[in-house]
Design a protein around this ligand. Structure first.
Ligand code: NAP
Ligand code: MG
Length: 501
């Protein structure tokens, strides 16, 4: 660990446990044991607010993946996990949620140091939100049901269905919500009795490795959760192609999602793809500009814009357009940009040097294509990967910065005059993850919430989630749902049983 990170930890203070963990050697978690990569290779981990060396994690090999898949398979077929009654499984998951809650400060600090995100919301939403989701899903362990069916063929038969765990789940998760996105998959998968191999993003494996210790402490049987760290292009690809996997659950970018989907198709594994987005916000003529601006703070500028459902295209009616921009400038002007560990941090750095370069290239492209830069647009003159909250005004819906996912703190605002025009512009995009409608007119809100091509629509809000509401995109944002009772369908399969009497 470089001195710059030690200084930062001293300045803001972290738990002794965080310090101990970050200074210890990192190991993958396979079959209940902490192990090195088969070939002992490692990946350097960089802390994004100092751009300095944090630690290294094992760069897993395909053999390591095989071992993890094998152990997950064994745990699914024999041993304590498969024998556990649903109520006992529920109680074990409650215990795990309690352990997360008890260690929330440490988990939050580890996540913040690894990813750069602001510590307050990280503990609240990523970590405690993850524990809550685990509790929510745990309740379904005792409530999976099937149906008895009337059959009309000749003879004397009874017939029924039941739902069983789909099997070994291969989960591949991104770096923007490392712990939380893993929990979005794990909570439901464990509740229904699956076992898992999780591959975190190579930049952000640490919270999962700490979590693995908690799994062991609460007595989750070996093989139920395996965490294999390493490169997506090798072990991620291998996992998606693996015929020992019964279900692939992927969250990440659309291009990688497409290759994961192809691989799962070849292996004939069912697959859920939670992919990118370019979610519109539509502020109609009766929208509250203050509320719109407050929502962008939590959507586009929060987490440095590295939010899949960020409302990164804002369509504002010409009558509220100026007022909305004024409010946006106020809100972003008051934001504190700082290392995530700073308790007052509103926005931390982006994840990496290459992400920073990619975002700045989009900003250049916006200027080159004739969008008007209203504020921001620069990297901060300090170590780390900090970028100013940025606002562009664009006149053309076809501009690159209007159409493509930038995944940084960059918002584009466009003016419209009629409701129909707003809806047409909002739907004119390859993505369909989410969107929001801002109006006081109930008929308009309901009509356009139905017509917006997005997996989630918020009315007078943006980017709120709840364990009981499904998340998942349409169009190039993927398919399948995480969270809500809907998610259980993606981790179970239906068996039909006949008895001839
Ligand atoms: P990414 O580059 O697609 O990576 C996601 C995961 O896939 C990482 O673990 C990555 O591993 C792995 N991976 C890379 N190449 C692979 C391959 N060929 N085969 C299998 N796995 C591979 O995405 P990201 O940059 O981490 O995350 C940002 C993206 O995620 C954005 O597009 C965002 O919108 C999307 N996202 C969507 C949701 C949603 O719910 N829809 C939620 C959060 C994020 P390595 O990083 O180790 O290489
Ligand atoms: Mg990192």
């Amino acid at each position: 660990m470089d001195q710059a990170i030690k200084n930062m930890m001293d300045l803001y203070g972290v738990t002794p446990e965080t310090e101990r963990f970050l200074l210890s050697e990192q190991r993958m978690f396979v079959n209940g044991e902490f192990i090195e990569a088969g070939d002992k290779d490692t990946i350097d981990v960089v802390e994004p607010s100092t751009a300095s060396h944090l630690t290294s994690v094992p760069s897993g090999t395909t053999d390591d993946v095989d071992r993890a898949v094998e152990s997950a398979r064994i745990a699914l077929r024999e041993g304590d996990w498969v024998k556990m009654k649903p109520a006992a499984r529920e109680r074990l998951l409650f215990k795990l949620a309690d352990a997360i809650e008890k260690n929330a400060q440490t988990l939050g600090e580890i996540e913040t140091i690894d990813n750069g995100k602001a510590i307050g919301p990280c503990i609240e939403m990523d970590i405690l939100g993850g524990a809550e989701l685990l509790r929510y899903m745990a309740g379904f362990a005792t409530k999976l049901d099937g149906a008895t069916r009337q059959v009309s063929i000749p003879g004397d038969h009874m017939a029924w269905t039941f739902r069983e765990p789909v099997g070994v789940v291969g989960a591949i998760v991104p770096w923007n919500w490392p712990f939380n996105m893993a929990m979005w998959k794990m909570a439901a998968a464990l509740a229904v009795g699956c076992t898992m191999v999780i591959k975190p993003a190579q930049q952000t494996s640490l919270s999962m490795l700490f979590f693995a210790k908690l799994c062991k402490e609460v007595g989750l049987p070996p093989g139920v959760i395996n965490v294999v760290t390493g490169r997506g292009s090798t072990i991620g690809d291998y996992l998606a192609n693996h015929t020992g996997i019964d279900k692939v659950s992927f969250t990440g970018s659309t291009p990688v999602g497409r290759t994961v989907g192809e691989a799962a198709g070849r292996a004939l594994s069912p697959v859920t793809l939670e992919l990118g987005g370019k979610s519109p916000m539509i502020a109609f003529d009766d929208a509250d500009p203050k509320a719109v601006a407050a929502a962008t703070r939590w959507s586009v500028y929060f987490n440095a814009g590295q939010v899949c459902s960020a409302g990164s295209r804002l369509y504002a009616h010409s009558s509220v357009y100026d007022h909305v921009i004024e409010e946006l400038a106020k809100v972003t002007g008051a934001m504190k940009i700082a290392p995530g560990l700073d308790p007052d941090c509103d926005m931390g750095p982006v994840i990496s040097e290459s992400a920073k370069r990619s975002i700045l290239a989009y900003i250049d492209k916006g200027k080159a294509e004739g969008a008007e830069l209203i504020f921001g647009g620069n990297a901060l003159d300090r170590p780390g990967y900090f970028i100013e909250p940025t606002l562009f005004a664009a006149s053309d819906n076809d501009m690159t910065i209007v159409q493509e996912e930038i995944f940084g703190p960059v918002l584009v605002v466009l003016k419209f005059d009629s409701d129909e025009e707003a809806l047409r512009l909002a739907n004119d995009n390859i993505y369909g993850l989410a969107g929001s409608i801002w109006t006081q007119d109930i008929s308009r809100a309901l009509r356009y919430s139905a017509q917006l091509e997005a997996g989630t629509v918020w009315i007078n809000n943006h980017d709120i989630v709840d364990s009981n509401m499904p998340c998942g995109g349409f169009k190039q944002s993927g398919f399948g749902k995480d969270m809500g009772p809907e998610q259980l369908n993606y981790f179970t399969r239906t068996k039909a049983v006949w008895a001839t009497l």
